[in-house]
Design a protein around this ligand. Structure first.
Ligand code: ZN
Length: 147
């Protein structure tokens, strides 16, 4: 009877954020790798030996900040996606048979309106089923927050 609800819309937003986060994450990893290689091998001539540590430290700092920021963004976007899933109410349609009074509920379909005639009732083939209600299904928000 009822199909399992498919989550729409939220995936598009999170994949867009995920792209940016992934790029930042890759850049941060690259800068950390660079920092390690600079620290171990060094890029400057022996006369400027002191600048190697500075360069390595600077790259490592950039890498760590970028990584922290991307992780934070990832967590925030996941939280938002979870909240959006709860907030978007489904529109439901109630179908009723005039004769036997059998009520059926299904997700709203384009073109649904109250008093619209539908297909024949499975119990009484000579009677058409009628849409008696179109409403938004409001789910109660979950009160648990996992931080
Ligand atoms: Zn019927």
């Amino acid at each position: 009877m009822a199909k399992t609800p498919a989550s729409q819309g939220t995936q598009k937003i999170s994949s867009y954020i995920m792209m940016i986060v992934l790029i930042v994450l890759v850049l941060s990893v690259v800068s950390i790798i660079l920092a390690i290689s600079v620290y171990l091998t060094g890029v400057s001539t022996p006369s400027q030996a002191g600048t190697d540590d500075l360069t390595a430290g600077f790259l490592a700092a950039i890498g760590l900040v970028a990584m922290t920021m991307s992780m934070f963004t990832l967590r925030q976007s996941r939280k938002q996606a979870a909240e959006m899933k709860i907030e978007v109410p489904k529109v439901m349609t109630t179908i009723e048979c005039k004769k036997c009074g059998t009520k059926t509920m299904r997700e709203f379909q384009r073109g649904d309106y109250v008093y619209k005639d539908l297909d024949a009732c499975p119990k009484c083939p000579d009677t058409k089923q009628v849409i008696t209600a179109v409403y938004k299904e409001i789910k109660e928000k979950e009160k648990t927050y996992n931080v």
